[in-house]
Design a protein around this ligand. Sequence first.
Ligand code: ADP
Ligand code: MG
Length: 709
Amino acid sequence: MATAKTEKRWQIKLDDSVQYLKGIGPERAKALRSVGIETIEDLLYYIPRRYLDRSTILPISEVKVGSTSTVVGRVAAFGMARTKRPQFQVILKDKTGFIRLLWFSKLRWVKNLFEENDLVVASGQVTLYRGLQMIHPEFEIISKKSDGEITNGELIHTGRVIPLYPSTAELKKVRLDSRGFRRVLKLLLDDVPSVLKETLPPELIVDLKLLPLQEAIRKIHFPDDMKSAKEAKARLAFDELFYMELMLALRKKRVHREEGIAFHKPGSLVRKLLEMLPFQLTEAQRRVLKEISADMTSKVSMHRLLQGDVGSGKTIVALLAMLMAVDSGYQCALMAPTEILAEQHFITIHQMLESLKMRVDLLTSSLSKSERRGVLQRIKNGDTRVVIGTHALIQEKVEFFKLGLVVIDEQHRFGVMQRARLKQKGGSPDVLVMTATPIPRSLALTVYGDLDVSVIDALPPGRKPVKTSIFTDSSRSKVYEFLEKELDKGHQAYIVYPLVEESEKADLKAATESYRFLKEEIFPHRRVALLHGRIKSREREKIMQAFRNREYDLLVATTVIEVGVDVPNATVMVIEHAERFGLSQLHQLRGRIGRGTDQSFCLLVANPPLSQESEKRLKAMSLTNDGFKISEIDLKLRGPGEFFGTRQHGLPELKIADIIADHKLLYQARNWAFKIIQEDPGLTQRNNLCIRSTFVRRYKKRFSLAKIG
Ligand code: ADP
Ligand code: MG
């Protein structure tokens, strides 16, 4: 079938390859492009979503009524049934008996799929009604009579393990369902693997007992048994993880080559602030501060991730690092994801630095023109040493006098790009990234592989774990009674309503109406305030300040208070529509309380019926206060893509590997990648040439991303 035997053939675009590739014409090439398959290589890496293992298939006579089973049989008869409600049925037969497959909907589609004698696999719950039946089963037509000729007589559709491929409506239109893919791939695999070049060096393959690439590609599509399918998948997953880690290793290497600023040892400002603090740093804080100061005093520029649960005291650590930069004659910038948080940081830091006679400026997009001009001026001429802001900080017009340190709070909301842009504001400032969505250290090392990781793993002493309980709409009066009791003690409370972009208007309305209701009907004798993102920032600042000064008892708010707000006298957090919040969001909100020494309470009000996911989230909240555990559960529930916002981190999207399930492979991949880059940073050694070419090829598109960090 092939004529041009170039090594690069497998990178040929499918639309150019019509003449080479049996089974793919222009129409199919177009449909394939819609799912991101552009080259022959892409097609080879289009891996089955699962396999049908014939050993798990039951003879029809052995299926049990009520159980979920998989059967394989030939179509003995099919057609619309003459019943009141239109239905379509297919009678499947194997050597042992018959079973009816039944459809009540999608009739027009399903009606035209079957022919007599088609080999069909069906899975579903078995019920009994005048014989065995499955209603709306999951099914696949494994083969049709017409398949025979094209596949060289080989029974690709009826082997022991049958691959099932993901497909879309568009693909199905050009008959690229599982069957179609099996045929195309069979043809392709008969020819192409001989030119598919190995992507991993031989010693690595031997050491980790991995399958060679060609074999893995062949077996992932047509495995002899489930064991070899698994081996093939592991090899390809490793491959994917290895190249991700390689990118991180290269980034880190480059960062470490960057000449950074060698700051002086902590000086008088740091000392004065420490003396002023009403508390002692915890041991965890001190340890982390040491790690940071070691980075800062060295010539290598710092790229450190500071992990710590909500309330663990990251802000003070960051502030001390900032003062270290100022002590050495530099400026520093603290960037926060929301205006509210930036304002919060500004207020706390401003208060702390006031007695040190230091100027702090706040730069957000809600400054007036003249205020803004003033701030920009002071940043430029160096009058301001400590600047706090939102992403307004990374706008073109902001020029720093001498930027030395950038602190980024709650980094999961900032993209790599934004990080990079802020960095460009100064020669090569040190970077400290803080996150309150902590993940286990080992995982953090691998996922944020280009950053060093510090962890504050203990809360300040005297904190009592927040008690969390779940309420429903109908037990709302209990919630109010409880609030009443706590307010009587002189404590303050939050009531939070969800606000999401899609339903912002309705959400705002709900929050505002509830505020009125609470203020007028339930708590007329209390001082109640309302806070949401649409309120002007100056007004917002006033409200927060008043709440902090105990001029309000109750703060009704939308999620604007999710991060950073710090009022130790607030001991109750009521979260309305808790079922609508994500797990880490709930944890963040709960982190607003339990900041003083009094017992705090989190009341989750959810309105049934709840989805399973929501139920799991709420349950997790009531079971643990540990942010690391919460993150792990969240990661499991949402999957790594969602959880990490992979795209946002500039990490490649993983198609085959799963960071959690394949964590062993991940650690191996990391070790090898970092070792190889350590020994041969240019990837010029003979054994590593295959890595170099694969890396360049795979990441050509994202190479610019790999350059920053
Ligand atoms: P987060 O890590 O969530 O940003 P913060 O930095 O806001 O936490 O700190 C939470 C609260 O704990 C603040 O009120 C802060 O002043 C206080 N705090 C920080 N460190 C200590 C400490 N070592 N001892 C007592 N309180 C502390
Ligand atoms: Mg914080």
